[in-house]
Design a protein. Structure first.
Length: 134
C-alpha cells in the first residue's frame, strides 16, 4: 500500500535562527522605519511651510558625519521636519549594513562557518569604507 504524502512527518524546524527570516525582518523593519520617518517629516514640512520643497543637501559628507551633524542638531535645537527626513535617510542607508553585519554574526556564531564569515566580513569592511567616504 502506498503511503499518503500527509502520513510522513514534516521536517523538524531548525532550533537555531533562520537566516532568511532574520534578513527579511531586518530589511522590512529598516525600509518601513525609513519610509515612516520620511513621510512624517515631509508631511510636517508641508503643513508647516505649505510646500514640499526644501533646500536639503547631502553633498560633501559621509554617513557618519551626516548622522553626527543631525544628532547634534537634534540635541541643540528644536525638533524639526528636517531631522525626521535626515533620520529616514540615515536608516535607509544603514539598513543594508545591518543586514550584512547580521549575516556575518550568523555565519560566525550560528553556522560556525569560517569561510562565509570571512566573506561577509570582507563585504562588511567594503561597506564600512564606502559609507565613510566623502
Amino acid at each position: 500500500m502506498a503511503s499518503h504524502p500527509s502520513s510522513h512527518p514534516a521536517p523538524a524546524a531548525s532550533a537555531g535562527l533562520n537566516m532568511d527570516l532574520l534578513v527579511g525582518w531586518i530589511l522590512l523593519a529598516g525600509v518601513l522605519l525609513s519610509l515612516t520617518l520620511l513621510l512624517c517629516g515631509a508631511l510636517w514640512h508641508r503643513f508647516a511651510t505649505g510646500t514640499l520643497t526644501d533646500n536639503f543637501r547631502l553633498a560633501g559628507t559621509n554617513l557618519l558625519a551626516f548622522v553626527i551633524a543631525e544628532v547634534h542638531n537634534l540635541f541643540h535645537g528644536a525638533l524639526r521636519p528636517r531631522i525626521l527626513i535626515s533620520s529616514g535617510i540615515a536608516v535607509l542607508m544603514i539598513t543594508p549594513y545591518i543586514r550584512v553585519l547580521a549575516s556575518m554574526l550568523y555565519f560566525l556564531f550560528e553556522e560556525r562557518n569560517l569561510k562565509y564569515t570571512v566573506f561577509t566580513l570582507f563585504v562588511l569592511s567594503v561597506l564600512t569604507y564606502s559609507l565613510m567616504l566623502h
